[in-house]
Design a binder for this molecule. Structure first.
Ligand code: ATP
Ligand code: MG
Length: 427
């Protein structure tokens, strides 16, 4: 036998019945996005590596160590499997001048790739849902976007999710804070670990993110960005909170919630649960008014978030339990292969009338005994068996036998007019 091949570590197969849960979630997302008038955008999974170096940021974990980058062997182009989709959306918006006639509200859903250590809630291929609003500067779209994420998660039945919020102000305010932060860290240089020392001048904000317990106290007392915001930024920050409050969404201000890149401004937020262990951030986002320019576009205000769908599904599983495996309405029993042309044609008609039907498939020896076919019918979860026996077919009929409620009850139905009785098979 040939050697068997396995999926790449950290990249998962999503199999039935679990895939049904994904489809259910994707349907919910599409419905909600339509309700908020957000439109779908689909960009390539592979982009030029430079897009992420510039758009995600050279000093981020993603670009420093998590990207799947490679050279196209045929033309030498430097390419990367997208680790996130905001840069791709902004590239596409610039390339197609998407905001020429006004702002746009967009969403996407799809796989992202990051070379991280696989563990619960952290995979090398994972799925993100993202929403991006391009071309609007106001606090009201920040609030709308957050409400959208909130409605999605609560609409899925999820509980105990907290919303954390911070403001990064404008670049000048951040620079003043950065100088104070570097001075503070230099005073406490003896407490900095190697990572922090490396970041001290490249990206000191990220030191605030440290998971090192020995640094927590020192980092906790560091100068807070909020203290450096001017009146206009503070008023904007309060406006976002007031709008959310008006919709019954309360946020916890977390002064340590930061993103260490110059193109971010004002609002940053996360939706967090304590019920998924270490990987509790379901959704993270913020305003990135400077990104269009970094990617060669005209200045364009923008705000967005990304949500990890594996984590959302994990929390649904944990809070609501397993879902019932999907089952067809009916299972077609075919005693004799001779009947197959007629059976297939009739099943097509039934499906056309909205019935979900699974057809019995035979083996190399033939269709199999009635007993074995009924076993399959039971295992399929179908509520009805459709028996295409020779006698019934001769009379232009099929026997419909109930497999669940009132099991055993059976009636004959005319084949010619499936529309007349298809409804009785549907759930
Ligand atoms: P973390 O701190 O957990 O690494 P992050 O800041 O790298 O998160 P973002 O880039 O903001 O995450 O991505 C948005 C969301 O995508 C995260 O909140 C999370 O739900 C999800 N996510 C990020 N990386 C992974 C991964 N490797 N596997 C599964 N989900 C992920
Ligand atoms: Mg990460």
């Amino acid at each position: 036998m040939a050697e068997k091949l396995n999926a790449v570590k950290g990249m998962n197969d999503i199999l039935p019945p679990e895939s049904a849960r994904w489809e259910w979630l994707e349907d919910k997302v599409r419905t909600l996005m339509a309700r908020y008038a957000y439109r779908n955008i689909r960009t390539p999974i592979v982009e030029p590596t430079q897009l992420f170096v510039r758009g995600t940021g050279e000093t981020t974990d993603i670009v420093e160590k998590e990207m799947y980058s490679f050279e196209d062997r045929l033309n030498g182009e430097q390419l990367t499997l997208r680790p996130e989709n905001t840069p791709g959306v902004v590239r596409a918006a610039i390339e197609h001048n998407l905001t020429y006639d006004g702002g746009k509200r967009l969403y996407y859903m799809g796989p992202m790739f990051r070379h991280e250590r696989p563990q619960r809630g952290r995979y090398r291929q994972f799925y993100q849902l993202g929403a991006e609003v391009l071309g609007f500067p106001g606090a009201e779209v920040d609030a709308e976007l957050m409400l959208l994420a909130y409605e999605l998660l609560t609409g899925l039945g999820l509980r105990n999710i907290r919303v954390e919020l911070n403001s990064l102000g404008i670049p000048a305010e951040r620079q003043a804070h950065r100088a104070a932060l570097v001075a503070y860290f230099e005073q406490h240089a003896g407490l900095l670990d190697e990572d922090a020392r490396r970041r001290l001048h490249s990206n000191p904000l990220r030191i605030l993110d440290t998971k090192n317990p020995a640094m927590q106290k020192m980092v906790g007392d560091a100068p807070q960005l909020l203290g450096f915001l001017g009146d206009a930024s503070l008023a904007r920050f309060e406006a976002v909170q007031r709008l959310l409050g008006a919709c019954g969404v309360s946020c916890k201000v977390n002064p340590r919630l930061v993103r260490g890149l110059d193109y971010y401004s004002h609002t940053v937020f996360e939706f967090i649960t304590d019920e998924l262990g270490a990987q509790g951030t379901l959704c993270g986002g913020g305003r990135y008014d400077g990104l269009f320019e970094v990617l060669g576009g005209k200045p364009t205000p923008a705000v967005g978030w990304g949500m990890g769908l594996e984590r959302v599904l994990d929390l649904i599983r944990q809070q609501a339990g397993e879902i019932a495996a999907p089952a067809p309405d009916a299972y077609a029993i075919v005693p004799d292969a001779q009947a197959l042309p007629l059976v297939l044609a009739n099943l097509q008609a039934l499906r056309g009338a909205g019935v979900s039907v699974q057809m019995h498939a035979g083996s190399a020896e033939g269709m199999g005994s009635m007993k074995s076919q009924f076993k399959r019918a039971d295992a399929s979860g179908a509520r009805y068996a459709l028996i295409f026996g020779a006698d019934e077919l001769a009379q232009g009929a099929v026997t419909v036998k109930s497999l669940r409620d009132g099991a055993g009850a059976q009636v004959q139905r005319p084949l010619g007019d499936p529309g007349a009785w298809a409804g009785s098979l549907k759930a």
